[in-house]
Design a protein around this ligand. Structure first.
Ligand SMILES: [Fe+2]
Length: 458
């Protein structure tokens, strides 16, 4: 009996022609990822003309080269497809990196919120290492990324600690009071490229994915308050977003509610909260206080996620607090259709607080339809039940047979292959297409089309 083993093509293709001796000070890291584009950014110790090759996973067949040489490289890749995995390689590195574009429509998305990582570098590293294991689509940093916004070495440390994470996961930054130690935000603006589709400035911005809108505010663009210009922009931004999308999250460094050291932000409560409530924002997320807190005040869900590495503050308890704890942590959000769920984790992986709510339109059948092979792991090889190599079937009699949807961390506990192409093993088949039908209790019949490259071993 022949045994056919799936290879999901992770990192198999290696280009040898881009390997040069060159020191990478920062990156490569992702910024400004969207449904159709991403920026690849890196900094080198010597002047060179930057070049990126990229393409679908397993076939990097496109490239972009900068027009002039320099030490700071920022290449915008456009024309990508939503919710697809891509690979890229920058000139001077042999390593191939992968990222996934943001989805459109009703799709499951997992993202992570953390922040206030400044100061204790070892603790910052612990949080980043824990986040990497979670494999989020992207991360949101709630601010105070550096100890001093004036310090080049602080920015250097940030990108060194986050290097492995940011190769394939875009961080959406928030401006904290430690960034505005430099009122011009010159290094912040050099290294971070938040989305500018809805905003003409880098200080505050918004972006969309699936049926979700996220708006990131700057708590300090007035004199330690919100400028009238920003407030006007926020009102217009949310008025547009609510016409098309089901969920809205707002992020700001010093949020309206906190029972810890810094306490409530009076300006956020008086100037921002009425707008967030008017547009039925799901949750407002903050940092600034170096602890975790989740609560509900004035009919608005709020969260403080400031345990990313800065010296921890004692957690407090107000009339609004549902849960609080003083610990290094990160928060996982899962959004799918009307449903939002998530858990806050300590860096040791233990769960401290979970939450969920439902809102918006019902899940559409199409939601599961586009799960790709990249989201699946197979722990049992396909078994060829014939003598000549065709009639492939998955041996579902094995007790440990399972297919895991890693995007949803969900096991398809009942499934069948409904339409395999016949394969002649003697022709060393590749790129065989299977339709896998989910017959599990997730409530949907899923026609799952997977493009899977296989190899055959005896
Ligand atoms: Fe802060």
């Amino acid at each position: 009996m022949m045994r056919i083993v799936f290879l999901l093509l992770a990192g198999i293709f290696i280009s040898q022609d881009l390997v040069f001796a060159q020191t990478f000070k920062k990156g490569p890291y992702l910024q400004d990822i969207s449904q159709n584009s991403v920026r690849i950014i890196w900094e080198t110790d010597s002047s060179t003309k930057g070049r990126v090759i990229y393409g679908y996973k397993g076939s990097m067949d496109k490239s972009i080269e900068e027009s002039s040489a320099g030490t700071f490289h920022n290449i915008l890749i456009e024309g990508l497809m939503p919710d697809k995995e891509y690979e890229y390689q920058v000139e001077g590195e042999s390593r191939i990196n992968a990222f996934r574009t943001l989805p459109s429509g009703i799709k499951p998305v997992k993202f992570i919120v953390y922040g206030d990582n400044r100061t204790n570098l070892g603790d910052h590293q612990k949080v980043v290492d824990a986040i990497i294991k979670e494999k989020p689509l992207f991360v949101i940093n709630t601010g105070d990324l550096v100890e001093s916004g004036l310090s080049a070495s602080d920015y250097q440390k940030f990108f060194e600690i986050e290097r492995e994470l940011l190769r394939g996961v875009c961080v959406f930054p928030t401006i904290g009071n430690h960034e505005v130690i430099d009122p011009t935000l010159s290094m912040y603006k050099k290294y971070f490229f938040p989305p500018q589709r809805y905003s003409s400035v880098k200080e505050y911005y918004s972006f969309d994915f699936a049926n979700v809108h996220i708006v990131v505010l700057n708590s300090y663009d007035g004199i330690f308050t919100f400028s009238n210009e920003q407030i006007k922009w926020l009102e217009n931004d949310l008025a547009t977003a609510t016409k098309n999308l089901d969920h809205i999250f707002s992020v700001m460094h010093h949020g309206p509610y906190s029972a810890s050291n810094h306490g409530d932000n009076a300006a956020a409560k008086s100037k921002i909260v009425p707008i967030l409530k008017k547009y039925n924002v799901d949750m407002t997320i903050a940092g600034h206080d170096h602890n975790y807190e989740r609560g509900e005040a004035d009919g608005l869900r709020y969260m403080v996620a400031g345990g990313g590495g800065a010296p921890l503050y004692s957690s407090g308890q107000s009339q609004y607090t549902i849960y609080s704890e003083s610990v290094l942590h990160y928060v996982v959000f899962n959004v799918y259709g009307p449903d939002v769920s998530g858990c806050a984790y300590r860096v040791d992986g233990s769960v401290m607080d979970c939450f969920n709510w439902s809102k918006g339109s019902p899940i559409q059948d199409a939601g599961y339809g586009d799960i790709s092979a990249d989201d699946l792991s197979f722990d049992t090889p396909l078994i060829d039940t014939s003598d000549i190599g065709d009639d492939l079937q998955m041996d579902t009699s094995k007790a440990d047979t399972e297919i895991v949807d890693t995007a949803m961390n969900d096991t398809l506990d009942a499934f069948q292959i409904v339409d395999t192409e016949e394969v002649d093993a003697h022709h060393n088949p590749t790129d065989v297409v299977y339709d896998i039908k989910d017959a599990s209790d997730r409530g949907k019949d899923i026609d799952l089309l997977t493009d899977i490259n296989i190899s055959i071993t005896d």
